[in-house]
Design a protein around this ligand. Structure first.
Ligand SMILES: [Zn+2]
Length: 319
């Protein structure tokens, strides 16, 4: 073996080692509040059409399978019903799965079980019809604001109701408060404040990565390993414009994107969510509480901080 060949073999070996050492992580991506979260724009249909097109372009380019949750009440805008249903059809045509996020995005804390059941039934009419071409598929449900029941009885009653209608409740392990960044971002665009839009972009992407790193560390603490993460995003402008950069950053952390079905097949997701609260924390928090694990001060502070974030009045969703 000559010297050059030895160098080549050494480099290949180093490259293989580097490849092995690169973290191999998995993530499912979900979107809420379809067809679109308007943050004060008027009229918002052209914005919704632009955002839908751009989000789907990025998801298809990066081969990201998504379950996207619909509020069918948002379709009922005079003169725009067909155009809004067409937005949902674009998601289906792009190979994405539609899920139920209730009809009008109510807070379960303020509703009776019966009222919330009506919201679920009313919220699945168009979605089920659009998904007919994709049979069979898993029906997924996500509670608005991930408020899963502020009493044990309400939580269990809705869990039973959903199971009887073949729905799985959808957890999330990473929440990046995109709905807050979106309000500031849309405002900056409206005022043509490019400097502010740029600062928000950087802050949004950095915060998303910090939330991801945090979820990785907490999952290690709970399960002794990094689990498949599930990210919760909204169909809004900040994601239309920055999703591509976000996905690149995830890929840089070693993530590949899997279906929600695959994420839910991670044994971690079999952990019972026994946590009853008026708030809607991530499932990592719920699992910690359910397992009786010590919630350290730092976790407590972070989640308390997240819970106390101001909800912008023109933001449609706080989940
Ligand atoms: Zn929502």
């Amino acid at each position: 073996m000559n010297f050059k060949m030895l160098i080549v073999i050494l480099l290949l070996s180093l490259s293989a080692t580097a490849q092995t050492n690169k973290p191999s992580r998995k993530m499912a991506v979900t979107f809420d509040d379809l067809p679109y979260v308007a943050a004060g724009q008027s009229p918002d249909l052209p914005n919704a059409q632009r955002a839908t097109k751009e989000i789907l372009r990025v998801l298809q380019t990066h081969r990201v399978p998504v379950v996207a949750f619909v509020n069918e009440g948002k379709l009922q805008v005079t003169g725009e019903v067909d155009a809004r249903i067409a937005l949902l059809q674009q998601w289906v045509d792009a190979g994405m799965i539609l899920g139920n996020h209730t009809y009008s995005h109510p807070d379960f804390n303020a509703l009776t079980v019966e009222q919330f059941q009506d919201e679920i039934i009313k919220g699945e009419v168009v979605t089920r019809r659009l998904m007919q071409s994709h049979q069979p598929y898993q029906l997924y449900f996500r509670h608005p604001m991930t408020h899963t029941g502020d009493t044990q009885a309400k939580k269990e009653a809705i869990e039973s109701f959903l199971a009887a209608r073949c729905y799985k409740v959808t957890p999330h392990t990473i929440e990046n408060s995109d709905f807050i960044f979106n309000v500031g971002y849309v405002r900056a665009l409206r005022h043509e404040d490019e400097a502010m839009a740029k600062r928000l972009r950087q802050a949004y992407l950095d915060f998303t990565m910090a939330a991801t790193e945090f979820a990785e560390r907490i999952s290690l603490q709970i399960f002794g390993r990094e689990i498949t993460q599930t990210l919760l995003l909204h169909a809004n402008d900040v994601n239309a414009d920055y999703l591509e950069e976000m996905l690149r950053r995830f890929a840089g952390r070693g993530y590949r994107f899997v279906t929600l079905d695959e994420a839910m097949s991670d044994p971690a997701y079999e952990t019972k969510d026994a946590y009853v609260s008026q708030f809607g924390p991530t499932w990592l928090w719920r699992w910690m509480k359910s397992k009786g694990m010590e919630v350290t001060l730092i976790h407590h502070l972070i989640w308390k901080f997240a819970e106390s974030w101001p909800v912008a009045p023109d933001s449609a969703c706080t989940c």
